[in-house]
Design a protein around this ligand. Structure first.
Ligand SMILES: Cc1ncc(COP(=O)(O)O)c(C=O)c1O
Length: 380
């Protein structure tokens, strides 16, 4: 459908075109060019971790980080209030996803529910940082993981650049994943990365990513005449060089992108704070939100679907992030989940709605979105 106001638009400029054009014109190293290492160094530096490994998606990155930590059996605690990739990656690695509830403020994992679900088989807690904000209880989750001697892996797909205090998303756990899919803060169309402080995990990730092949910065497969060493079995989960070059260019403007997203979010906040039926995204001096999404939560009496319908009629695209993953066919069939199993998640999912937000959205467009929501409540 051709929306008057789409949910998101990619922010790009001439520098992005130049960066990709340079690689194309070079006519070689489209697969494993020097921009890959440069991009990884820059993401590691930005996220304040020692190592970064790039991937062709956030999903292949999550799958690989579980394999790198030998999580091929046992249980991994994940939210059901997430994109399905979080739990799919656990299944793909060979372990069992165990869904836990989320709290209602930042939609992060609920620590009391997590504690109840930990047992001898639990190997990992894998929270997400929802829509551009660190989950509120990430430090408590870290303490629980340390106490129980299990891993904490952050699915930070949506939240590069967000912070709690002076700690960035991606620095709390044993490792973290960022996604560069097209609706993220910075994007390469498709892409992902893992950051970690562990050299051992870094080396394992490189093997998993590329056929189990031992490669160095000098001796890459496409430049050498020598026979290569293959020490493991691996995938081809590599990010192409054009994407890495594009991501370097996108990363150069990340502060400006976040600043613009914040301004747009503040505009919505100011317009919509008059509605007592609406809970706005949380931001305070501790919580630095980067607004990958601008999601509202409505009170119990509000019929979210009828608001979404009204906005659709007006040409405004909105979306529900997220429908509960435990109620998707595969999880019901294979893990026996049913409606009613996770009441908090199910209730929350009926009350959230994500509005259009992107750096270049105009005041008129935002006003049109906000006025339609206000009108909906005034007319009831
Ligand atoms: C919370 C979460 N986890 C995982 C992913 C998967 O990332 P990708 O789409 O890059 O595979 C996404 C991306 O949409 C996400 O939002």
């Amino acid at each position: 459908m051709d929306w008057k106001i789409p949910l998101f638009k990619i922010y790009w400029d001439k520098e992005d075109i130049k960066a990709v054009e340079k690689i194309i014109r070079r006519g070689t190293f489209w697969a494993t060019g020097p921009e890959i290492n440069k991009f990884e160094e820059k993401i590691a530096e930005f996220s304040e971790r020692k190592y970064c490994v790039s991937f062709n998606s956030g999903t292949s990155a999550l799958h690989s980080i579980l394999l790198a930590h030998n999580v091929t059996s046992g249980e991994v605690i994940v939210p059901s209030f997430t994109f399905i990739s979080t739990s799919n990656s656990v299944v793909l690695a060979g372990a069992k996803p165990v869904f836990a509830e989320v709290e209602s403020k930042t939609f992060g994992l609920d620590i009391e529910d997590v504690k109840k679900r930990i047992n001898k088989k639990t190997k990992v807690i894998m929270p997400i940082h929802y829509g551009g904000m660190c989950c509120r209880d990430i430090k408590a989750l870290k303490e629980i993981a340390e106490d129980k001697k299990i891993l904490l892996i952050e699915d930070a797909a949506e939240s590069i650049g967000s912070k709690i205090g002076n700690m960035k998303a991606g620095t709390f756990g044993d490792a973290a994943m960022f996604s560069f899919c097209q609706n993220k803060i910075i994007t390469t169309g498709e892409g992902g990365a893992i950051v970690t402080n562990s050299k051992e995990i870094y080396e394992k990730l490189k093997l998993i990513r590329s056929h189990g092949r031992v490669e160095t910065k000098i001796d890459d497969y496409f430049s050498t005449t020598k026979e290569m060493k293959y020490t493991e079995v691996g995938y081809n989960f590599r990010m192409p060089t054009m994407s890495a070059a594009l991501c370097i260019s996108q990363l150069n403007k990340i502060d400006n992108i976040i600043k613009m997203r914040k301004e747009k979010a503040e505009y919505y906040n100011n317009k919509l704070k008059q509605l007592k039926e609406v809970f706005l995204p949380i931001e305070n001096e501790k919580q630095k939100h980067v607004y990958q999404m601008y999601s509202l939560k409505f009170d119990k009496k509000t019929d979210r679907n009828s608001i979404q319908e009204k906005l659709s009629e007006k040409g405004i695209m909105t979306k529900v992030y997220f429908y509960p993953v435990h109620l998707k066919k595969y999880y019901k069939k294979n893990f026996g989940y049913n409606k009613g199993d996770m009441s908090k998640t199910e209730e929350l999912s009926e009350k959230v709605l994500t509005l259009p937000l992107y750096p270049q959205i105009s005041k008129e467009e935002q006003e049109y979105v906000a006025n339609n929501i206000i009108e909906y409540f005034n007319k009831r």
